[in-house]
Write a protein that binds this ligand. Sequence first.
Ligand code: LMR
Ligand code: MN
Length: 448
Amino acid sequence: MDWLPTWTMLKSCAELQLHAAAKHHGPALIIYAELSKRFPDRAEPFLGQARIYEYLAEKHNKLQFMQKSVEAYKRYLAFNELLQNDKEYRKSAESCIQHMRTLGYFNPALNVHQMLVNRFPHDPDQRNQLVLTLLMIERYSDAKIWLKVSLQQWPHNGLTLTLFGYVLKMYDSDYAQAADYLQRGIDSRAEGTQEARFFLALGESYERLELAENASIVYKRGAQLKLYPSQHQRSVYNQPNLRARPIWSLPETTYAHHLRMISAHWRIIRDESLGMLIDANAVAWSGGSSDDDDHGGGHEGYFRNENENLLATGNWKELLLFSRGERHAKNCQRAPTTCWLIEQFKAAARCRRGQVKFSVMQPGTHVWSHCGPTNSRLRAHLGLIVPQKARMRVVNETLTWTEGEFIVFDDSFEHEVWHEGEKVRLILIVDFWHPDLTEQQISSITKI
Ligand code: LMR
Ligand code: MN
């Protein structure tokens, strides 16, 4: 450029930035880029760029713009002490963090949180927000350290109490302490505390303490607040207007034909899973992975422990064939007929909110009462090896399995499993899209 922008121009640009973004973002971006080159010791051009990209990201729903906005915000925020306006600094840093969370940049976001905590040491919410980011990447023990320090300074902060209780439940399985903190936190009704996951953590803590009456009060309250569909159906990823009932007959699912085609081959399916189980016993029965990424290649080839902290007692393992609509090639190599049969059933093989897996449970197992995460799927169980005294409660009804037969239930309703028999119980679990979903709904539903 052959013109020289002056500082006055720069300032007026900064004032006009949002207006410019709305109407003339292209030229405005060029000006900001030029200004940031000529005045590298000024923060404003970076802020201008950040806001324009933010505007563009929103308008065009493009992550690329969001990334650029984050880059520019970071450059701006790095001026730190030179920036006098606290309000503007906080607003920018908070926007930056929000975008970073959306983009999955959790560790870099922690640096921005740290800057905010340093700058606003008397604001407990900055620390709570940092903890929320830590929880997004399941860094529970770090979260706990932060929360302990916060609680010394702010022993009555509602969100801090809630978060601490949540960590005690999820990380320490200390249900008594967890219930105490979560109850006080939720009762404060402080911003951020009226969330499904906190209500679920509190209700589950009470259940595990055998305080069913307390749990039921919490679940009812959460349903009144519409945090989940109902007291007994406590899923958090929900689509509207789906028939909601705990137990389904095969014809009601509209997929009886597919399910019967699978169950007709149950002996082959059983033998394929047994083959893998025997190998697994030899090499990795006790070495199941405990990390919780269920879609990577790392778990292939063996059964792994259930990893959502649902096991009260005993031993319960799974082996994934499909998850989130994707086939696990290595496992399927060893269960080819099973996977071929599932492939014919697209609503299961392509179910981005479900899994197809073998589930093996040893005698002496109790699985805590729990709800699946979404109402958008139904769950079918095919009995492969079914000893006596294995049963599942779904809300008020008790189901048992039969070798070679499917049962279907909606796992967003609370269910609980006991195996008090003598030998292992083996089933094939097949999730499939809820039959009331339209094609259009299915194509817009995100993976979980
Ligand atoms: C569940 O879906 O939680 C259980 O029913 C699975 C199982 O293996 O019984
Ligand atoms: Mn379950």
